[in-house]
Design a protein around this ligand. Structure first.
Ligand SMILES: Cc1cc2nc3c(=O)[nH]c(=O)nc-3n(C[C@H](O)[C@H](O)[C@H](O)COP(=O)(O)O)c2cc1C
Length: 149
């Protein structure tokens, strides 16, 4: 499977200690490593999805995310590399919003750990996308389509 990694670099680093404190305080919750990553897709439309925190890249504050190189987010990031993370820690009631430029570490990277695509054990791997038969026409029927990856 094609793999890829994405790393969002934040604007400054004083936030890192706060984020680490929140991670430690919420470590007993499995979902505390999930956050939302928003990117900009074609025509300036926002695109947002849940991803798993994979740690910080060595010797810097870049946040690592693993993904599939074929996913929409990769083409979006290549076209428009600005993104924002929104991360809510449910036990400590803290929200972090981190915006910055997203670097894509693609299959040419020599580090296989950065290419791992094992991000989630969901109940089902199935994804369904719902859209109107005629986009923008609120009277048209909803259609469901299976999407991958
Ligand atoms: C709990 C959870 C964790 C997820 N973690 C990741 C992840 O780490 N990387 C990833 O690419 N997709 C992850 N996904 C799937 C994404 O939310 C998304 O559906 C998928 O990456 C396709 O997004 P895209 O079409 O915008 O690229 C996760 C989904 C859930 C529900």
């Amino acid at each position: 499977m094609a793999g890829g990694g994405a790393a969002a670099s934040a604007l400054s680093s004083p936030w890192r200690a706060l984020l680490q404190r929140a991670l430690d305080a919420n470590a007993h919750l499995k979902h505390s490593t999930f956050f939302q990553l928003a990117t900009v897709s074609g025509g300036g439309r926002p695109a947002n999805r849940t991803v798993v925190f994979r740690g910080f890249l060595e010797h810097c504050d870049k946040i690592q995310i693993n993904t599939d190189a074929r996913s929409n987010k990769i083409s979006e990031i290549k076209e428009w590399p600005l993104g924002e993370i929104c991360w809510y820690f449910t036990d400590s009631w803290e929200q972090f919003r981190i915006s910055g430029i997203i670097d894509v570490i693609d299959g040419s990277s020599l580090d296989p750990a950065k290419l791992q695509v094992d991000y989630v054990n969901l109940k089902s791997n199935q994804r369904l996308m719902f859209r109107r038969a005629q986009e923008g026409d609120e009277s048209s029927d909803w259609m469901a389509e299976k999407v991958s990856p």
